[in-house]
Design a protein around this ligand. Structure first.
Ligand SMILES: C[S@@+](CC[C@H](N)C(=O)[O-])C[C@H]1O[C@@H](n2cnc3c(N)ncnc32)[C@H](O)[C@@H]1O
Length: 306
């Protein structure tokens, strides 16, 4: 992260180690390496022989993760293979790196605090930055492209579907009206447009009135739900029997996808669900790290083929 000193606080660290249960010699995949918090926790438990395949779509995040691992893990950093890739391509990445057997896979979805506060890519409605929101700067689609080029109907649809935004129509109409006069290029320009669309009494609600629009744009720019849907079956394929899949999600849209996938695979005799209800952070963690409040962890184990 450019010039930033923000360090992402990992969520549910104790629970991840408890459920993934890493032991000396085991191989793990961290599909969302981010600040490398979970990667380092796993590294501490896999002895000198175990390996980690650490993916992140964001090359800046991956570079700072490598620095953190080098600082904390010394020569043990050689046990980690860092790959700037989408977890939606995990099967190909496993093949390309001949990374088997796989004892466990973790994805900790969404963005990190470093990206929110230090990337300069417009994830936060509290900052004034270009409307970008890409995890991977290699992709073309940006939040500015959606806001300035998509039809009002398509914008309304993503605000409703990915933001569960009650004022989706009013906001999309206001975006169309505003962009006729001037292209919307920055986060604060967009916040002012949203403010004109949201009724005054909603502008003092507990949740900031721009939250849902920003969430929806980020999910759409990065195709977050599509990536998750593509990832889950591949994760089951690459796991060895008995291996575990852990997913931390931060909103109901993601959690629903994971819950349904686990139920479907459990019904087909391919997975055993280890978390009947999602695991959530305790009071102490929520106080120390308010961002953890919406986290939900679901874990399943791969069953041997009949
Ligand atoms: C919540 S952070 C992970 C934090 C990490 N577990 C830790 O303990 O520091 C999420 C990370 O996932 C990355 N990411 C999001 N979608 C991804 C995808 N489809 N493939 C790979 N990485 C992704 C983001 O760039 C971000 O760095």
């Amino acid at each position: 992260m450019k010039g930033s000193k923000i360090v992402h606080i990992s969520v549910l660290q104790k629970e991840i180690i408890q459920y993934l249960s890493p032991r000396p010699g085991d191989n793990f995949i961290d599909g969302t390496c981010g600040g490398a918090g979970h990667t380092l926790d796993i590294l501490k438990n896999i002895g000198e022989e175990g390996k980690i395949l650490a993916l992140d779509l964001d090359s800046h995040a991956l570079a700072s993760a490598q620095e953190r691992v080098a600082a904390a893990g010394g020569s043990r950093q050689n046990q980690i293979v860092f790959v700037n890739e989408n977890f939606a391509r995990v099967a190909q990445v496993v093949e390309a790196n001949n990374f088997r057997p796989v004892k466990g896979i973790l994805v900790d979805l969404g963005m990190s605090s470093d990206q929110l506060e230090g990337s300069g890519r417009g994830f936060s409605f509290l900052r004034d930055e270009p409307l970008d929101m890409r995890f991977s700067i290699k992709q073309d689609l940006t939040a500015a492209a959606i806001v300035n080029q998509w039809s009002g109907q398509d914008i309304e649809e993503i605000l409703r579907a990915y933001g569960e935004e009650r004022f989706a129509r009013r906001i999309s109409q206001q975006i169309i009206n505003s962009r006729r006069l001037k292209t919307i290029l920055t986060t604060q320009e967009l916040v002012r447009v949203i403010a004109r669309a949201v009724p005054a009494r909603w502008q003092h609600a507990r949740i900031h009135f721009a939250t849902r629009t920003f969430q929806a744009l980020r999910i759409a720019v990065n195709d977050e739900l599509g990536n998750l849907k593509n990832f889950l079956p591949q994760a089951v394929d690459v796991l060895e029997p008995g291996g575990r899949l852990a997913v931390i999600s931060f909103h109901s849209l993601e959690d629903r996808i994971v819950k349904r996938f686990f139920q479907e695979k459990a019904g087909a005799g391919q997975l055993e669900i280890l978390t009947k209800r999602p695991i959530t952070p305790g009071d102490q963690e929520q106080q120390l790290n308010p961002r953890s409040r919406s986290a939900k962890l679901r874990v399943a184990a791969k069953l041997p083929a009949p």
